[in-house]
Design a protein. Structure first.
Length: 250
């Protein structure tokens, strides 16, 4: 069952939240996670969780958002967060960050998500907000603009890996879904993401789509786009990249 948890971060006075802190907090998660889980995450290509940090303007707070994509990750991440001290020392920053108690924000079984989108009125538009830097990798290079086929491929890969049998299978499905949407607007900027001193070319900002395909393709595309809030989009979503909010509109 996909589950989103949020933790409020209290930074020292004078310090500002930066998205690269997601990479540092990933390291803390692995430090307090069980050895078996941490080892599995190093071996696994598609990881069963995503996480990133962002600033919630409405509530004037820094937030750490963590999403487990299956029960194994949910259990292990809850255990790691439970062991983590309230005053977490970030060695790379040289200061302590205070962590609130984890709050469960959103959860839905895969079957419930699928049923919702295949029974309710299908949306006509989608508004995506790439909150943290997002990128795809193709032929050894990073893509610094959204590519709808890569977007749907990343979501399909995670859905099929963790949905517990509710597999979405069709040859070239990501291409079919990419052709069933049209870009209606965007306000994007280049924003590299730093991981262990390395800079990854990426983008962030607003990206608007409308659904132009059949009702079946619209329902499937909307389902996967809604999953982006849990899974993130693109590469290195466990390290803080690809954090995404989405609104599906009539």
């Amino acid at each position: 069952m996909p589950l989103i948890t949020e933790i409020t971060l209290q930074l020292p006075e004078g310090q500002r939240l930066h998205q690269s802190m997601g990479s540092l907090l990933h390291g803390a998660l692995m430090e307090y996670a069980g050895a078996e889980f941490a080892a599995a995450m190093h071996r696994q290509g598609v990881r069963p969780f995503s996480q990133f940090v962002y600033y919630d303007k409405a509530q004037s707070r820094a937030v750490w958002r963590i999403a487990a994509l299956n029960e194994f990750a949910e259990t292990e991440l809850a255990s790691a967060l439970g062991k983590m001290p309230q005053n977490l020392y970030l060695k790379q920053k040289g200061y302590v960050v205070q962590l609130s108690k984890p709050q469960k924000i959103k959860a839905a079984a895969y079957a419930e998500l699928a049923q919702q989108f295949f029974t309710a009125q299908p949306p006509r538009r989608a508004e995506l907000e790439f909150i943290t830097s997002t990128s795809f990798k193709a032929y050894g290079a990073y893509k610094i603009f959204p590519d709808n086929a890569y977007l749907f491929r990343s979501l399909l890969n995670r859905w099929n890996a963790f949905s517990g049998g509710i597999v979405l299978e069709e040859e070239n499905l990501e291409q079919h879904l990419a052709q069933a949407v049209r870009v209606t607007g965007y306000n994007l900027s280049l924003m590299p993401f730093s991981v262990n001193g390395a800079s990854i070319d990426a983008f962030k900002g607003r990206y608007s789509l409308c659904f132009t395909g059949s009702e079946a393709s619209t329902r499937l595309a909307a389902l996967l786009l809604s999953y982006a809030e849990y899974a993130g989009v693109g590469i290195k979503t466990a390290l803080g990249m690809g954090g995404t909010f989405i609104k599906l509109l009539p």
